[in-house]
Design a protein around this ligand. Structure first.
Ligand SMILES: [Fe+2]
Ligand SMILES: [Fe+2]
Length: 148
């Protein structure tokens, strides 16, 4: 029972970053059947661990990609990442101190973030990233395929 599926329209122009984003979709789909169910803490914690991997790996790779591509607002974007990073690590620490983490709480956090961040903020750097990977446009070729 899937809640949401990743589609090509959600691509940010990098297969690596898209694969990371798909992990977020997996997290939502894993949490969906756990909403309003008791006694599935281990599964909720497993999703939180996945989310921790995501914020550690994805954020730094995405920030590098934005910088490399010359995306001018990368610093403001990084600040949004840093805030989410802190939220995830606070949850992690709460769980380690024995506090109950409800699936619905994590689901809402990931879902809101998915909509607002991946579909909004991440989409803004797409023209820069895709330009950086496009074939050079200034090269003209003769009929025989050689460059001028
Ligand atoms: Fe992202
Ligand atoms: Fe991002």
């Amino acid at each position: 029972m899937s809640f949401i599926e990743w589609t090509e329209a959600m691509s940010v122009g990098s297969s690596t970053l898209d694969t990371h984003h798909q992990m977020i979709f997996d997290c939502l789909n894993a949490l969906y059947p756990l909403l309003d169910v008791q006694g599935r803490d281990a599964e909720v914690h497993a999703v939180l661990n996945k989310l921790e991997d995501f914020v550690l790996v994805h954020f730094s790779e995405e920030e590098q990609a934005m910088k490399k591509a010359g995306y001018p607002d990368w610093k403001a974007h990084k600040e949004l990442h840093d805030r989410m990073y802190e939220v995830v690590f606070k949850l992690k620490s709460d769980v380690e101190h024995g506090r109950t983490l409800h699936a619905a709480h994590l689901f809402k956090l990931v879902n809101d973030w998915l909509i607002q961040h991946i579909m909004g903020e991440d989409k803004k750097y797409v023209p820069f990233i895709t330009d950086g990977h496009a074939a050079p446009s200034g090269v003209w070729k003769r009929g025989n395929g050689r460059e001028f």
